[in-house]
Design a protein around this ligand. Structure first.
Ligand code: 3PG
Length: 393
């Protein structure tokens, strides 16, 4: 696909799809990672004398809903960018076109939430047309929304000359290095609570990676499928057959599966609950697994000794409650340390995962941390992302 290096942007109205779907609490942005991610694209366009028209969704409103306005996000972006950011109260029509016509070269505007219009999610031709009329060039810098075939993520790329933004470029480069053309052996960590939400992902990864560490609540389903007693642990007993099929698939593909060998168990799901460390054969009927134990951390470290690339999605335990964050923190620090030492390329993604790495204080030590949640998962599932495919055409 083409990048900003290939585009003549002087005096052009550049429609840039970004991801401004940032966490907010009482009207304030609480995590500006996604805002920081788009600064290189905005600055490249303004440096080249283009007019930056930012398009984005926020939340999942059904029609116009002022509580889902992008106005406060535009303010926060102004802080990050260190320059004025204009705002238009609609992303199409008179409000948008007149505000854009007032922009000088090198200026920036945010248009209101694209999801205030039903045509956005429907990728409706007339809505695509209305958006396209506002710009000369389209840039997609929202990898994290590229799994949606919406008007602003997919339709526009077919209507206007289309380019990948800087963040899109680095996401794709990192993800390619991690899974499409990796230095082997590749070790993947897949954690999180449910197997059911990650079936396709596991099915794809066993074909692609050399070692797959199954962690978190979903590991309980595998342990139970192998005849272990998991007590009151989170466990999808009805997926026992599916779990066994995944293990078979892995074997056939030559992928080594690593499951927890010990666990931190408690009788209550709450922070600092009384707990003990047991082997996975010794979980009591009234106990639940809330984290992997130190033996498991040691096994993973030993597997990491042989690995060259790590892909990480999902925590080992209930990392939001002490002390059940221990395994996630320990493995994250280990991966971070090896990455800094230059022996490992590490890529992580997914909402919870990034929160867990931040909690461990090592997000900055990883080779790459994706800004994407759902899009990262779909990419791990081996799916084509419509927003990326549209850029390639
Ligand atoms: C995200 O936050 O992962 C993206 O912005 C996509 O949001 P969506 O799941 O509401 O489409």
């Amino acid at each position: 696909f083409r990048t900003l290096d290939d585009a003549d942007l002087a005096d052009k109205r550049v429609l840039v799809r970004v991801d401004l779907n940032v966490p907010m609490e009482s009207g304030r942005v609480t995590d500006e990672t996604r805002l920081k991610a788009i600064l290189p694209t905005i600055r490249t366009i303004t440096d080249k004398g283009g007019k930056v028209v930012l398009l984005a969704h926020f939340g999942r409103p059904k029609g116009r809903d002022e509580s889902q306005s992008l106005a406060p996000v535009a303010k926060a972006l102004e802080g990050q960018l260190g320059r004025k950011v204009a705002f238009a109260s609609d992303c199409v029509g008179e409000a948008a076109s007149s505000a854009i016509s007032r922009l000088a070269a090198g200026e920036v505007i945010v248009l209101e939430n694209t999801r205030f219009h039903a045509g956005e999610e429907k990728n409706a031709p007339d809505f695509v047309e209305a958006l396209a009329s506002l710009g000369d060039i389209y840039v997609n810098d929202a990898f994290s929304a590229a799994h949606r075939a919406h008007a602003s993520t997919e339709g526009l790329a077919r209507k206007l000359p289309a380019y990948a933004g800087r963040s899109m470029e680095s996401e794709l480069a990192a993800l390619t290095k991690a899974l499409e053309a990796p230095v082997r052996p590749v070790l993947a960590v897949v954690g999180g609570s449910k197997v059911s939400s990650k079936l396709e992902l596991l099915g794809n990864l066993v074909k692609k990676v050399d070692i797959l560490v199954i962690a978190g609540g979903m590991a309980n389903t595998f342990l139970a499928a192998l005849g272990k007693k998991v007590g009151k642990s989170l466990c999808e007993h009805d997926l026992a057959d599916t779990a066994r099929e995944i293990l078979e698939k892995a074997k056939a593909a030559g992928c080594e599966i690593v499951l927890p060998v010990d666990a931190v168990v408690a009788k209550e799901f709450k922070a600092n609950a009384a707990h003990r460390v047991v082997g996975v054969d010794e979980v009591g009927d009234d106990e639940m697994i809330l984290d992997a134990g130190p033996e498991t951390v040691a096994v993973v470290a030993q597997k990491l000794d042989g690995a060259k690339t790590v892909v990480w999605n999902g925590p080992f335990g209930a990392f939001e409650m002490t002390p059940f964050d221990a395994a996630t923190v320990a493995v994250a620090r280990d991966v971070g340390k090896r990455t800094r030492a230059g022996t490992l390329l590490s890529v992580a993604g997914g909402g919870d995962t990034v929160a867990a790495l931040n909690h461990a204080g090592v997000a900055g030590d990883f080779s790459y941390v994706s800004t994407a949640g759902g899009a990262f998962l779909e990419w791990l599932e081996g799916k084509a992302l419509p927003g990326v495919e549209a850029l390639r055409r």
